[in-house]
Design a protein around this ligand. Structure first.
Ligand SMILES: O=C(O)CCC(=O)C(=O)O
Ligand SMILES: [Fe+2]
Length: 464
């Protein structure tokens, strides 16, 4: 399993050809639930229509899936859980940026286990999710875009930016030879540092501290307008099947649900096992901040483990509410495939899964992730094509995917805040990556409510 090493790194430097592990290079139907109540959306009641399969999905299934537990059942279970607004979220006295500086003299790898900030006990009982309804997909925002010319001809080792503006193909000889490392500060600037540690920057806060200064709030009528717009987007047919097993649920999460998710990630990310600046064994840094839930993914070993090697922290468990959202999204896909495609048993095209791993990435505007395959999960999981379920929050990402590790041959789709992308079954082994973050594209309401730092939050759920 190689998600991050050698030619397969998941860093900013690997958009070019080669193998492909997880290399950091660097939808929907929400019901009109009152704020604070999270109801899995858009499941159940799938029609029996058998339209032309847009994905070319197989039509050999003859038994309709009736086994998947209804999300409504899970709703009953979690529907009354109190919201997480009571989670402690004391401001840190530490400036966030300083946690991303290169390690100080005397720093020893593996010793920096205690965050400088007062540890904040994460709250795992946030009450998710909402229930999106079928919605119409806006072609403009979900069509596959042409290839990313900016990344053309970048070889893997050259795709490490030396400045925030550098898209790729420029790198100092020191970095190429592995003598220097790059790290991305809170501002998104890429900095050089020593390669003593791959684990500096523990407990990076994805949100700004609320400033004491006066900040103009978005007028209520604007908020309502944005919410109405989001609701409308969710009411149409917002689902796109790119390939068998690769499905985009466009605008799946309401703005309020997005706010809750960001707040949960923030709370989790400031506690033990929280966000940090990951790097590879040779000192190269991924162009993002990362944390894991359930199991730790180690970019140095390209493998999962129970503890994070750098500080021996155990990743927090995946909150039940996240589980519910994942389940709802998969069921939504099943429902769609069975009602819009010639599929009688959609789980044969997109197998169900219960995630026990979530990798959360935070990209600043210069963040990126090289073309890679997610292949560090168990052989059985990979063989069965258990899907990766990906939630996007914040700024829009240009997401590349294809059969080869070649940006010129990759397709591109924009993933906006609230979108869910799922790739499983025959699409489980696609190359994919993030070529670009489109600055200032996050919904204003989300930013106002969460103080999310400029950038994008991505959660990918998997079953080991
Ligand atoms: O950020 C994304 O959309 C993709 C993330 C990803 O591929 C990964 O974490 O393995
Ligand atoms: Fe991935």
């Amino acid at each position: 399993m190689n998600r991050g090493r050698g030619n397969n790194r998941r860093d900013g430097g690997n958009l070019g050809g080669g193998g492909g592990g997880r290399q950091h290079y660097a939808a929907k139907g929400r019901s009109a639930q009152p704020t604070g109540q999270w109801v899995a959306r858009g499941v159940g009641g799938a029609g029996g229509l058998l339209d032309e399969a847009s994905s070319g999905s197989g039509s050999s299934e003859i038994v309709r899936n009736t086994e998947t537990a209804s999300v409504a059942d899970v709703r009953k279970k979690f529907g009354d859980v109190l919201l997480s607004s009571a989670c402690p979220s004391e401001p840190s006295s530490e400036s966030h940026g300083s946690l991303n500086l290169p390690p100080k003299d005397g720093y020893l790898k593996g010793v920096q286990s205690v965050p400088k900030t007062e540890p904040i006990v994460p709250c795992y009982n946030n009450n998710f999710p909402s229930s999106p309804t079928d919605s119409k997909l806006s072609e403009s925002s979900m069509s596959i875009k042409s290839r990313d010319r900016n990344l053309k001809n970048c070889s893997p080792s050259r795709y490490i930016s030396t400045s925030p503006e550098t898209v790729g193909c420029q790198i100092s000889p020191e970095v190429q030879s592995g003598k220097k490392t790059t790290s991305e500060g809170a501002s998104g600037e890429t900095k050089f540092g020593s390669s003593v540690s791959q684990h500096d920057g523990f407990s990076f806060d994805i949100c700004e501290e609320r400033s004491s200064g006066v900040k103009l709030k978005t007028p209520l009528h604007k908020i309502n307008k944005a919410k109405r717009k989001a609701e409308l987007r969710m009411q149409g047919d917002n689902i796109k099947v790119f390939r068998p097993g690769m499905i985009l649920l466009k605008g799946y999460f309401s703005l309020d649900d997005q706010v809750k998710m960001v707040k949960s990630c923030r709370d989790l990310g400031r506690g033990p096992g929280g966000f940090y600046q990951p790097g590879f064994r040779d000192g190269e840094k991924l162009h993002l901040k990362m944390m894991c839930l359930g199991k730790n993914w180690d970019p140095e070993k390209s493998a999962y483990g129970d503890l994070r090697p750098g500080d021996q922290t155990k990743p927090p468990p995946i909150p039940d509410e996240f589980q519910l959202l994942v389940k709802g999204a998969i069921e939504k896909c099943h429902q769609y495939l069975e009602s819009h495609n010639k599929v009688l048993k959609a789980r044969n095209i997109l197998p169900p899964m219960t995630p026990n791993i979530c990798i959360i990435n935070f990209y600043t505007k210069t963040g990126k992730l090289g073309l890679h395959k997610d292949k560090d999960e168990s052989s059985k999981s990979l063989l069965d094509g258990l899907p990766v379920v990906s939630f996007s929050l914040g700024d829009t990402a240009e997401f590349l995917f294809g059969d080869e590790k070649d940006v010129d041959k990759a397709d591109k789709v924009e993933l906006e805040s609230g979108d869910v992308l799922i790739f499983g079954g025959k699409s489980r082994h696609i190359f994919h990556g993030v070529s670009n973050i489109l600055a200032d594209t996050a919904p204003r309401y989300l930013m106002d409510e969460t103080h999310l730092k400029p950038g994008r939050l991505n959660l990918t759920f998997r079953e080991y």
